[in-house]
Design a protein. Structure first.
Length: 105
């Protein structure tokens, strides 16, 4: 499966939503997640993200923390199928690290 990583937090561009053929993105206040059981591994969303927040779960997630987070929150957050207005200050957070600890709620 593909998963959304912390680079998405407070950037939330949502270009990814427009290309997913199975509409498996779910929306939280500060980021989106992918439902791992619904993702068909097509990979088309990965190059669409301006901050490279989307990766296969086999990359950049050695301890499985982000797979777990995507899995858990996709069960309760609402499905999102169309791009909305992204946060006006999204560029300020594009290079920031440690966003999970600082901003995730
Ligand atoms: Fe959707 Fe394909 Fe991305 Fe999975 S890899 S979230 S199916 S666009
Ligand atoms: Fe997030 Fe990138 Fe999509 S910032 S909302 S994963 S396009």
């Amino acid at each position: 499966t593909y998963i959304v990583l912390d680079a998405c937090i407070r950037c939330k561009y949502m270009d990814c939503v427009e290309v997913c053929p199975v509409d498996c993105f779910y929306e939280g206040e500060n980021m989106l997640v992918i439902h791992p059981d619904e993702c068909i591994d097509c990979g088309v969303c990965e190059p669409e993200c301006p901050v490279e927040a989307i990766k296969p779960d086999t990359e950049d997630d050695p301890d499985g923390k982000w797979l777990k987070l995507n899995s858990e929150f996709s069960k309760t957050w609402p499905n999102i199928t169309r791009m909305k207005e992204p946060p006006a200050d999204r560029e300020e957070f594009a290079q920031e690290t440690g966003k999970l600890e600082k901003y995730f709620s």
